[in-house]
Design a protein around this ligand. Structure first.
Ligand code: SAM
Ligand code: DTB
Ligand code: SF4
Length: 320
């Protein structure tokens, strides 16, 4: 049974050490201990997006100084994917800044070529291409996509304060198409966009209601980008982040919980606490899409210090 808002609130408000003890227990019961998924990101089409997501450096509606770049060619993507694999990444995620994709468009064919080529490297492929229907999702699956990332970002109530060019319901429809095509769903959100604690837990309630449960849930902390509507938002409190991760781990035992954007602002100790509480995936490599991420060496050092090892590609939680 998926957890509802009041159940999530009760978990979230446990005394801190009781909460992380419980989330750790759930983690250990469902996952081989000490493995972390390493996902490398590449923006294959950057900036100039028609949508007005208030957090995003790539929206054409803001004053951010993001350099626009057209859709990359397969031959330019492949060496980057190969390098990511050599550096230990187990999933390669490609993002495009546009409203969505439609079957029949040249850009969609180009994306399918990129997917096929990256998948040939024997690495998991994730894409985040905005809105799509079932036909597009099926074609992506045939081309070798493992997971589709499409975040709900915040609660249904807060969503219209952040974006108005599309609705929360539009996001849910795309997720429905991805599920129908049998692709793994990667879906999460962002903390630190002026939302309340209830918004955060309502977002988690929506994610808990997915059937099947999301394969991965990225928990991003807002990276405040100058020129965006949310540039002055306050940083997320570390204990609120850990509580959110722990609650997500308890509510979604078999889901990979990804400590995502915002990691550059976290100390090593704060990240260790997030892993203890149940995070078992990170974005790995010195860039996210348009903003920095900790360097690969720094991350490998942290994993070594903590005795954590990279998760193999195509790993899942144990059946128990
Ligand atoms: N255009 C596609 C879409 O909207 O789904 C894919 C790219 S979009 C940049 C992917 C996700 O990155 C967003 O849904 C959001 O959760 C996250 N994101 C974007 N900008 C961010 C920021 N400044 N801080 C934290 N997360 C961010
Ligand atoms: C997700 O949840 N976070 C990633 C990925 N999915 C595509 C993106 C983070 C972007 C952070 C801001 C930037 O680099 O532009
Ligand atoms: Fe950014 Fe995606 Fe929104 Fe476009 S749709 S503004 S790329 S988050």
């Amino acid at each position: 049974m998926s957890k509802n808002l009041s159940e999530l609130e009760a978990i979230y408000h446990l005394p801190f050490f009781d909460l992380i003890t419980q989330s750790r227990k759930v983690f250990v019961a469902h996952w081989p201990e000490n493995f972390v998924q390493l996902c490398s990101l590449l923006s294959v089409k950057t900036g100039g997006c028609t949508e007005n997501c208030g957090y995003c450096s790539q929206s054409a509606h803001n004053k951010a100084e993001t350099e626009r770049k057209p859709l990359m060619l397969v031959d330019d993507v492949l060496p980057i994917a190969r390098k990511a694999k050599e550096n230990g990444a187990t999933r390669f995620c490609m993002g495009a800044a546009w409203k969505g994709v439609q079957d029949g468009e040249d850009k969609f064919e180009q994306i399918l070529d990129i997917v096929r080529a990256v998948r040939n490297l024997e690495i998991e492929v994730c894409v985040t291409l905005g809105e799509l229907g079932e036909k597009e999702a099926l074609r992506l699956k045939e081309a070798g996509v493992t997971a589709y990332n499409h975040n709900i970002d915040t609660s249904p109530d807060h969503y219209p304060n952040i974006v108005t060019t599309h609705s929360f319901e539009d996001r849910m429809q795309t997720i429905g198409s991805v599920q129908k095509a049998g692709l793994s769903v990667c879906c999460g959100g962002i903390l630190g966009m002026g939302e309340t604690e209830t918004d955060r837990l309502k977002m988690l309630e929506v994610l808990c209601g997915f059937s099947p449960a999301p394969e991965s849930v990225p928990i991003n902390c807002l990276v405040p980008v100058e020129g965006t509507a949310l540039q002055n938002c306050k940083p997320v409190d570390i204990f609120e982040l850990v509580r959110m991760i722990a609650t997500a781990r308890i509510a979604l035992p078999k889901t990979k919980i990804r400590l995502s954007a915002g990691r550059s602002s976290l100390s090593k100790e704060a990240q260790a606490l997030c892993f203890y509480a149940g995070a078992n995936s990170i974005f790995y490599g010195e860039h996210l899409l348009t903003t920095p991420n900790p360097g690969a060496d720094e991350d490998m050092q942290l994993l070594n210090t903590l005795g954590l090892k990279p998760m193999a590609s195509f790993s899942a939680a144990s059946p128990a």
